[in-house]
Design a protein around this ligand. Structure first.
Ligand SMILES: [Zn+2]
Length: 598
């Protein structure tokens, strides 16, 4: 894309380490005279796009000082939690401040002696009403040998962001990362990989190329000239954040010791890369340009995140990066999670999207009973819609054609529910109303019939006692234990209750969030496992005396066990699948119809 041109004088940003071991950086911003001659308000965003939580990055900024172009100190007034009023100056103003960077995630700053990952929203002040002003960013004083990876172009020895939105959308990675590159359809792709891992990095690059190739086929090419993958390995981490021309990814190095770990990483890469189109370009109108002062709400996260969470599997399957049996297990797990979640009766996908800021990003013990996950349920609804499109086209078209059509119609611009319904109407040849009112605006149960019919699959819901294998399946005790149900989940390994399923035996007994079960039938229980073992000694209908501590008082509760209502969804190939169903499966996944039960 041609760079936007601007005649505004740029803000010159310089970033220096203060103490890397203390995770401290200094930022200097030189505002040109024209920007501050009449005074201005400088602010730090409260949040960063793609992660819908007010993070108040300003809490990690201090020692703010202002001098004018003649080097004279100038007063400032802090006007709200994240904004400072700058005095008028005809000679320009230079603002410096300290940043604390000690949170390694894809949406926060992290700097230490090995690297720095900088998020624009957490780093750079912007001038209110002057978001269109460009920035030139320089780095000074970092350890010898460190390099910079960013999707921003070089200009005059610095990195140029044409405006503040672009700066926020272009994270920086500094350090001694390993660089990889490939070219496809005239575009350059770079990977900057940080951190040690025991895996095969060449394989990651190769599969990334295949993933990128599948997306190019869906959308007919790429909407950029250069794209950057920032991939950082750090123990017990997983995350991704999408940007227009790059993505930040975090992965656990240990996951590369198992095949599943690679498959999971490939799926994450596919997910974030698909966002190049879905959410970074085709997007709800509030999702760019952004208001950084506070919450920006959209009803479309079921589409932006849920549908992307379905397409991630289509992409890795078509790229030949993962086996079908693994995807079948993941899709089955999402189906199972949704059916086991009481909140599915309380909240629609549209409502879950709208409330993402206060619910999905602020989970509580109430979440499972009051919300749906717009990622998981959105993906399952995407699959149902995909199957509907297959059935309407004798297997020829699916969700990727839905995306191709949307891209043709909306391209790099805003899109709303009307455009989504319109694309469905035109591809399926019928009114989208009933589907939308059931599954997107309503709370109807997921329905697998179109998926089964389109692809020759079976989605079987099995009770816990039907899933026992080997000698367990013959063991009467194991069968009885699988049948018993209290409706309790615990916080980690301890005996404190995390959740009580509505209407369950535990709910009827009067047990609740946060209580600690100290004994079952007179036997001391010190862990969740001990509670489960004691309860597991019973059968549906058996009565237990449970002692539980609640805010320091121990009470007695009568628990009558029930039969386990939870079901696990298993996805398998139908032995009687027709040639048409098998062809549709192949059109969907790019893989042959599974030969045996998977
Ligand atoms: Zn996403």
């Amino acid at each position: 894309m041609a760079l936007k041109t601007t005649t505004l004088a740029p803000i010159l940003a310089t970033i220096r380490p203060l103490s890397l071991s203390m995770h401290e950086l200094e930022v200097e911003l030189a505002f040109p005279p024209e920007a501050v001659a009449e005074g201005a308000v400088a602010a730090l965003p409260a949040w960063t796009p793609g992660s819908y939580l007010v993070r108040d990055y300003a809490r990690l900024l201090d020692r703010l000082k202002v001098v004018d172009g003649l080097g004279q100190p100038r007063p400032t007034e802090k006007v709200d939690k994240q904004s400072w009023r700058l005095a008028p100056s005809a000679s320009g103003l230079t603002v410096t401040y300290r940043l604390f960077c000690n949170e390694l995630t894809v949406r926060t700053n992290h700097a230490d002696a090995t690297h720095a990952h900088l998020v624009g929203a957490a780093t750079f002040l912007y001038l209110e009403g002057q978001g269109g002003r460009p920035y030139l960013v320089r780095f000074e004083g970092f350890p010898k040998g460190w390099r910079v990876a960013t999707s921003l172009p070089r200009r005059d020895g610095a990195y140029l962001a044409v405006d503040h939105d672009t700066l926020v959308d272009s994270p920086f990675e500094l350090g001694t990362f390993r660089k990889h590159a490939f070219h496809l359809r005239g575009c350059e792709f770079q990977l900057a990989v940080t951190g040690q891992h025991p895996g095969d990095e060449a394989r990651i690059v190769e599969v990334t190329e295949a993933i990128v190739g599948v997306c190019a086929r869906i959308f007919g090419g790429f909407p950029f000239h250069r794209y950057l993958f920032l991939l950082t390995f750090s123990p017990r981490q997983r995350g991704g954040l999408e940007h227009r021309d790059c993505t930040s990814l975090l992965a656990d190095p240990q996951q590369l010791e198992r095949s599943e770990g690679y498959w999971d990483l490939f799926t994450l890469i596919a997910h974030e890369f698909f966002h190049v189109w879905n959410v970074k370009r085709m997007r709800d109108k509030v999702l760019g340009p952004f208001d950084y002062r506070g919450e920006v709400v959209t009803r479309l996260l079921w589409f932006h995140e849920g549908f992307t969470s379905f397409m991630q599997y289509v992409i890795v399957l078509k790229a030949g990066a993962v086996p079908w049996h693994w995807v079948a297990r993941k899709l089955g797990a999402s189906w199972t999670d949704n059916l086991g979640r009481a909140g599915r009766m309380e909240q629609s996908l549209e409502e879950a999207s709208f409330d993402a800021w206060i619910r999905h990003y602020k989970p509580s013990e109430f979440s499972a009973n009051s919300t749906v996950n717009y990622y998981d349920k959105g993906a399952m609804v995407a699959w149902m819609l995909d199957a509907d499109l297959r059935l309407a086209s004798e297997g020829a078209r699916g969700l990727e054609d839905f995306f191709g059509l949307l891209w043709e119609r909306c391209g790099d611009g805003p899109l709303g529910d009307e455009e989504l319904r319109g694309a469905f109407r035109d591809l399926a040849g019928r009114d989208p109303g009933p589907f939308w009112s059931r599954y997107i605006q309503g709370r109807a149960e997921l329905d697998a019939s179109a998926i089964e019919k389109a692809y020759g699959l079976r989605l079987a819901a099995k009770a816990p006692w039907e899933t026992l294998t080997g000698s367990d399946a013959e063991d009467l005790d194991a069968l009885r234990r699988a049948r018993t149900y209290a409706g309790l989940t615990f916080q980690g390994n301890g005996p404190a209750i995390q959740n009580v399923a509505p209407g369950s035996p535990a709910a009827r007994a009067g047990l609740g969030y946060g209580m600690e079960i100290v004994a079952v039938d007179g036997w001391r229980t010190a862990s969740a496992q001990e509670v489960q073992n004691r309860i597991g000694d019973g059968a549906p209908g058996d009565i237990f005396e449970v002692l539980a501590s609640d805010r320091g008082r121990v009470g007695s509760y009568v628990l009558t066990l029930g039969e386990n209502p939870l079901r696990t969804t298993y996805i398998s190939a139908d032995a009687k699948a027709t040639a048409g169903q098998k062809a549709a499966f192949q059109a969907w996944t790019g893989q042959p119809f599974p030969a045996r039960r998977s």
